[in-house]
Design a protein around this ligand. Structure first.
Ligand SMILES: [Zn+2]
Length: 133
């Protein structure tokens, strides 16, 4: 921005040293007024942008603080499950098979309906109480 202000000043200096007809000078002055206005507007925008950038940065830090504490509870996952139809976002539970380590994502409802959930890969029961597997 300082660059544009400098160029504007150089242009004014040059114009002051230039022979111009009355008509041409009027045209030049109109153009100079517009350019000055544009330059002012730009530097206002730049200030506003800097302000917003600062706000976004603050919010980013705030959100990072907010979410960093939750990361231990990663058993609970909300969001998109590729195997599901386009249901609304449901609460998803993620398990690791105790047998083979396969990661299984259940939504809470189908887990509740399934009395003895088993690993889809090795068929091991997911919970230890099913020892008779
Ligand atoms: Zn398994």
């Amino acid at each position: 921005m300082a660059d544009i202000a400098k160029k504007l000043e150089a242009m004014k200096t040059l114009a002051g040293q230039t022979q111009m007809s009355e008509q041409y000078r009027a045209l030049y002055q109109a153009m100079e007024a517009v350019m000055t206005e544009i330059a002012q507007q730009l530097s206002e925008n730049e200030r506003a942008f800097d302000e917003y950038a600062q706000i976004v940065e603050d919010m980013d830090a705030f959100l990072a603080d907010l979410t960093s504490g939750d990361e231990d509870e990663s058993e609970f996952e909300e969001g998109f499950d590729a195997d599901e139809d386009e249901d609304e976002a449901e609460a998803l539970l993620e398990f690791e098979c105790p047998q083979c380590g396969y990661r299984i994502v259940y939504d809470v409802q189908s887990l509740a309906a399934d009395a003895e959930p088993r690993c889809p890969k090795c068929a091991a029961p997911l919970f230890d109480d099913g020892l008779d597997a």
